[in-house]
Design a protein around this ligand. Structure first.
Ligand code: TYD
Ligand code: ZN
Length: 398
């Protein structure tokens, strides 16, 4: 595999610290995973997808930054489409409100607040909220449910403009997306009141490598975080890690609690094998792609194969392994009737699954397999077979 930035991969400087980088894997020039087409033959723009690791700060990253305005302009992602996400956010918020006795005199802030799926839980508990998110569609939904939202890309300047406003700041699935994580963390540190808490959730690099979740590598995900890389970055802005939890969400995520307290307990998780896994990752991806292509060819012998979930990772999986679903169902209205780039499959409503009743259906949004399998019961009762592609192709049993 090669991309138009392969030459740069050995000369580029780390976007976090300026250190020298080494190549991890090249996934070629690929379409933007969330740039669904309005009509089937729209032009598809492709950008290099090449992962490197910094020798100095260990941050794993893409060498090419696609402009955030291009990446997130018409962002069709609505967090509330996934019950799993809302439940997880609700549980966390309730726990934090109880443990920290949060109420009217406090202030909860989220960067990348999307449609308000998390802050709405604080509002419900009477805690004043403020979200930052540049995507208009989701921000409209957030405002409609009472979550005040500033429509900007959050950075140090925005944070300083709100200095000292926050008792608690959440960055849920956002540190992977930002062009300049150091600027974001500086902004968060500025917003925190004395004794304030910073809660980060982000996909964990070790989980990605361990299960070879190469479909979660796409242009929106500029960074693939380990605690090893996150810790010095937080420390450079005066924040210490107080506690870490590992979550199953998104194929394995880190939840990090940080604050300005000097009593940081230096919480840790096992990451000693990450470098070895990075060494073999490119070969692991090749093996995995070969396995997926062979499995798909077998499914196709039995007739139509559909997909469930027009997730970003669906575009990546299909384009990497040459999978060609007849159609893909997704509950997000903004995605329906559009086409997945370079996949030639239309996104339609989940009701199409039972109407067309294809022999096989693959849950591309495998991180929500349980939730989706429950919704696809009628399809299975009518004789359809439901599959997950990751970590290896397997049939979903009832
Ligand atoms: P997701 O896995 O969140 O994202 P990514 O784009 O980061 O890979 O995408 C899940 C997609 O699946 C999203 O478009 C919504 C859709 N979905 C359904 O259609 N039905 C469901 O029950 C769930 C949970 C998700
Ligand atoms: Zn390359």
């Amino acid at each position: 595999m090669s991309c138009s930035d392969c030459d740069r991969a050995v000369q580029a400087a780390c976007a976090a610290c300026g250190g020298t980088v080494r190549s991890v894997v090249c996934l070629g020039d690929r379409p933007l995973a969330n740039a669904l087409l309005t009509s089937r033959h729209d032009e598809v723009l492709r950008y290099p997808l090449h992962v490197v690791q910094c020798a100095a700060c260990k941050a794993v990253q893409l060498i090419t930054q696609v402009s955030p305005a291009v990446l997130f302009g018409g962002y069709p992602y609505y967090s509330s489409q996934s019950l799993t996400m809302c439940d997880s956010a609700g549980q966390l918020v309730n726990r934090l409100c109880d443990d920290w006795a949060l109420g009217r005199t406090h202030h909860a802030v989220e960067i990348g607040s999307n449609d308000g799926y998390l802050l709405a839980h604080y509002a419900h508990r009477g805690v004043p909220v403020l979200g930052f998110d540049p995507a208009d569609g989701p921000a409209d939904v957030a405002e409609a449910r009472g979550v005040r939202t500033e429509r900007v890309f959050f950075d140090a300047d925005v944070g300083h403009a709100h200095a000292g406003c926050a008792s608690i700041v959440h960055a849920n699935n956002v540190l992977a997306h930002v062009p300049n994580p150091s600027s974001v963390i500086e902004g968060v540190a500025a917003m925190l009141r004395p004794g304030g808490l910073f809660v980060i959730e982000t996909p964990w690099l070790r989980a990605l490598l361990h299960a070879c979740e190469f479909d979660t590598i796409y242009h929106e995900h500029r960074w693939y975080w380990s605690l090893t890389a996150l810790r010095p970055l937080l420390r450079s802005h005066g924040l210490t890690i107080d506690a870490v939890e590992l979550l199953p969400i998104h194929g394995g995520s880190l939840r990090v609690f940080a604050s300005r307290s000097m009593s940081g307990q230096n919480a840790s998780v096992p990451e000693h094998d990450i470098d070895t896994m990075l060494d073999s990752f490119a070969l692991d991806v090749d093996d995995h792609v070969a396995e997926l292509s062979a499995w798909w060819a077998e499914l196709q012998e039995h007739g139509e194969v559909a997909g469930y979930g027009a997730a970003a990772k669906a575009t990546m999986l299909c384009t990497a392994a040459g999978l060609s679903p007849s159609f893909v169902v997704d509950s997000t209205p903004a995605k329906q009737q559009r086409w997945m780039p370079d996949v030639d499959a239309q996104v339609v409503s989940p009701s199409e699954l039972t109407r067309r009743q294809p022999a096989n259906c693959v849950i591309f949004a495998w991180n929500f397999a349980a939730e989706i399998a429950a919704k696809a019961r009628t399809y299975v009762d009518n004789g359809g077979a439901l599959w997950v592609p990751m970590p290896h192709p397997s049939k979903v049993s009832r």
